[in-house]
Design a protein around this ligand. Structure first.
Ligand code: 475
Length: 837
């Protein structure tokens, strides 16, 4: 709808142009106004939660003004935009981030103090926006921050889940899942009840012939669900650019259907329709690195993809450009295969609705999309059954078959001798039932495919996607090593370290050009600097120690070595290796004389992370960690030499407390299984060291910071296959130290032995797929090196400072610039700062 105000009336608008608060006084007046009007409260009933609401609304008002100006500018210039399609955006809290990115945190701090509040308490009131599982979702959130900070015209598209990832409670040592209803009060979204799209499901396809004798497909019947847009402003750091994250919410289509039902007195069933429609965006699937082929998940995918593409196409059509210019105006990135139906949907729009020829349409499609792969784990590779797609999206299935037909024909023409090749690369797996391989569809439908760290990008080229490299050539496949935003993961999470760094690098430039960090290497021998550095780490550890006491009830000594492994619980990430190592340490300490014990390095082993609700083995690992903690933490022989803590409900806001407090963190996946990892980067950036395997981005971190500054251990990716083969077909000797650990568990030292039997037999009897035994000795030895290194505090601090200084490469700004240049072909667009702002 065009609703532009006519020229003569615009003067009134300009006269009343709104602007956000400019100073402390302005901020306070906005807060008070929101408390008294928006919230209908007063100074007599304003608690911290109300202060949070009012403060957020004051910042939201500012953000949306910048958002409007950014969007107007982007529309006016009409340059190419990026659309980042992700089923997950793990955003965490927004208020602190907004204050820092706008550069008004000090204003807010002073203003809130005047009004009777501590800013830290106000920030704490916010519920995390937890619309994601782990690495993939948090990466999307870091990318949004970098895209806005670098002034790229870019939108995110996702789903507005009513329930994000579940809240984890630990009860009697076991994980219990509690629903995360987070929308109670969310000041960061703008409902756009005028921006809606009708989404069709089910039905059938009718073919007709048009006046040119061309066959035209009509997708008819079925049911309609309505998508409603909710916009979340994404502020850039130190720039007015404010981008948009558009999340779709499902609701029943309002139309004749329910009116009719209503009039027929069928009120109940019209409410039931409403509920069924709302189910689509009700809940985030809580699996990390696992796909389970549920119909509702496929519905979510199509609902979100179709709404987003309708929106993108509608925006493109406003410019009245010819269709062939679409890829010059639009880049769409597929965050894993979850949005791959977008490839099919765009082909359908161009073919069935816009009347383009197949080849012309397909050219546009393949030049528009890029696909990022995030995992090589076979259980995570998406496949959908043909009958399911046939039922839900009958026209899309036809198009998938046609895409496959033309693709296989071209392969056959070029490789006529290789009969097996066709079956291997086919988009359709000839199983019972037949399955659609989404990764194959994503590769065929994109112009670039990338992995997320060098090793991972090499692995996909030589293993799961090998045949496609033969077919399309190596240039279609590329690497973009992941990155993290230094705004949230340094400046926000570790304000004191950020301040110390800026005092030595000459200001805050390192936050927009992370390579500036290398300037601090000049101060590695500076006494005062080192002292300040150590003080900050200790203060961060004291803060975490308080949190541990409050949440887990365990008292820990902040001067002990803090050893942290926080991430989703998964066998491939090997928290079981870590806890077996802890048990080994416990047994070793127990066997020592009191004199010997006094010489040992005290350590706190900190774990955190959620297990997918259906992942039984992962839940056993959580139970073992808690059971070991219960014994070790209460053993008087051990005292402060070893504590074992499981932190409940690991999420983004807790990561901001945990990561800056780590001395050593564990990134110990079986080589070749962790695509990249991103928390490894966060820990090192915060002055912690790493114990890790030669996997994912650990390898590149080592290259950047130097191998003296990281503790690597274990078998290499290239040897994994042979080792597994040997387990299955040869004799499989368990490491003797690990065997002692198993025997201790089996004695019942940590409680009911039955519960942990599966963890042991996975290693001992079922082939040790994740090579826990093969890497155990190397792991234990390397942990001893960590103890020794930590005892030499001077050396340790040198390692930490040197490492931070060399972490510039891992900024998500570098990463986004690589995507922009190598895949998206987009340019930054500066928005001028407002007059007087
Ligand atoms: C990798 N999630 C990390 C991170 O690139 C990497 C898959 C299927 C279904 C549901 N969730 C998934 C992932 O594959 C995932 O999170 N992958 C992670 O992506 C960002 O750093 O190594 O495991």
């Amino acid at each position: 709808v065009e609703a532009s105000i006519p020229e003569p009336q615009r003067e009134a608008w300009l006269k009343h142009q709104v602007s956000g608060f400019k100073d402390k006084d302005g901020f306070e007046s906005e807060v008070v106004r929101h408390v008294e009007t928006t919230l209908a409260r007063s100074m007599f009933n304003c608690d911290e939660s109300a202060a949070y609401s009012a403060c957020s609304l004051a910042f939201r008002d500012r953000l949306i003004l910048e958002w409007n100006r950014t969007q107007q500018r982007q529309t006016f210039v009409d340059s190419k935009r990026l659309y980042y399609l992700s089923l997950e955006f793990l955003m965490g809290r927004a208020l602190d981030n907004a204050m820092l990115n706008i550069g008004q945190k000090d204003t807010a701090k002073a203003g809130l103090a005047d009004l009777g509040f501590r800013i830290e308490d106000v920030i704490e009131q916010e519920h995390d926006a937890a619309l994601g599982n782990g690495g993939l979702g948090r990466l999307a959130a870091c990318f949004l921050d970098s895209l806005a900070s670098l002034n790229y015209p870019a939108w995110g598209y996702g789903l507005r889940y009513r329930y994000g990832i579940f809240k984890q409670e630990i009860i009697d040592g076991y994980q219990v899942e509690v629903p995360d209803y987070w929308l109670d009060f969310n000041p960061w979204e703008f409902p756009r009840h005028d921006v809606t799209v009708d989404i069709q499901f089910f039905g059938h396809v009718r073919k007709s012939t048009d006046e040119n004798g061309r066959t035209v497909a009509h997708w008819e019947g079925g049911e309609i669900v309505k998508a409603v847009a909710y916009d979340v402003p994404i502020p850039g750091y130190a720039t007015p650019s404010t981008n948009n994250l558009r999340l779709w919410s499902s609701t029943a289509a309002s139309g004749e259907f329910d009116f009719q039902k209503f009039n027929n007195g069928d009120y109940e069933s019209s409410v039931a329709d409403q509920q069924r429609a709302e189910t689509i965006s009700a809940v985030l699937y809580p699996n990390d690195n696992l796909e389970r082929g549920k119909e509702l998940r496929l519905k979510q995918q199509y609902f979100w993809v179709a709404a987003s593409l309708y929106d993108i196409v509608r925006r493109f059509k406003k410019s009245k450009r010819p269709w062939k210019e679409f890829p010059e105006q639009v880049a769409i990135q597929l965050n894993d295969t979850h949005p791959t139906l977008a490839v099919v949907e765009l082909q359908r729009i161009l073919l069935d609705l816009e009347g383009l020829e197949w080849d012309e349409a397909w050219n546009i499609v393949t030049n528009t999309f890029g696909y990022t792969n995030h995992t090589v784990l076979p259980e995570a590779l998406e496949k959908w059954s043909v009958p399911l797609i046939q039922h839900l999206l009958p026209r899309h299935l036809q198009i998938i078959y046609d895409i496959n037909l033309y693709f296989l024909q071209s392969v056959e023409r070029r490789f006529p001798e290789e009969r097996d090749l066709l079956g291997r690369v086919s988009i359709i797996e000839e199983s019972q039932p037949k399955m659609v391989r989404m990764a194959h569809l994503a590769i065929v439908g994109s112009h670039k495919v990338n992995g997320v760290a060098e090793l991972h990008s090499d692995l996909i080229k030589t293993t799961i996607f090998k045949d496609f490299v033969t077919i399309f050539g190596p240039d279609k496949f590329t690497n973009v090593t992941n990155g993290i935003t230094p705004r949230r993961w340094l400046h926000q999470a570790n304000p004191r370290l950020s301040e110390l760094i800026s005092s030595k690098t000459g200001g805050k430039d390192f936050l927009t050009d992370l390579n500036e960090l290398n300037k601090i290497e000049l101060y590695v021998k500076d006494k005062a600097f080192r002292k300040a550095w150590a003080d900050i780490k200790l203060a961060n550890k004291e803060r975490l120690a308080k949190h541990i006491k409050a949440s887990a009830g365990v008292t820990v000594d902040p001067t002990a070595l803090f050893d942290v492994q926080v991430k989703r619980i998964h066998e491939y990430k090997r928290q079981q290796l870590n806890i077996f190592g802890v048990i080994h340490r416990y047994l070793t300490l127990k066997a020592m004389s009191p004199e010997e014990r006094k010489k040992q390095q005290p350590r706190v082993s900190i774990f955190g992370g959620k297990a997918a609700p259906g992942y039984w083995m992962a839940k056993q690992i959580i139970h073992l960690i808690n059971s070991v903690g219960k014994v070790v933490n209460n053993d008087e022989d051990i005292g402060d030499l070893l504590k074992v803590v499981f932190l409940e409900d690991y999420n983004v806001s807790k990561a901001e407390i945990i990561i800056p407090a780590s001395d050593i963190s564990e990134h110990i996946s079986t080589a070749g299984t962790e695509a990249s990892g991103t928390s490894n980067m966060k820990f090192v950036l915060n002055g912690g060291l790493i114990i890790g395997t030669c996997d994912g981005a650990n390898i590149e971190i080592t290259r950047e910071i130097g191998e003296n500054n990281i503790f690597l251990f274990g078998n290499l990716a290239e040897d994994v296959e042979d080792l597994r083969h040997a387990h299955t077909y040869g004799t499989h000797e368990i490491d003797p130290d690990l065997n002692r650990v198993f025997q201790e568990i089996e004695k019942g030292t940590f409680g009911s032995t039955q519960d942990f039997a599966a963890l042991i037999s996975a290693v001992r009897d079922h082939g040790d797929y994740y090579l826990v035994s093969d890497d155990f000795h190397s792991y234990i030895e390397t942990q001893a090196l960590v103890d020794d290194a930590y005892r030499n505090q001077e050396e340790w601090i040198t390692k930490c400072i040197t490492s931070v200084a060399r972490m510039g490469f891992f900024s998500s700004d570098r990463c986004i610039n690589e995507y922009a240049e190598g895949i998206w072909n987009i340019e930054p667009l500066r928005v001028e700062k407002e007059e007087g702002a």
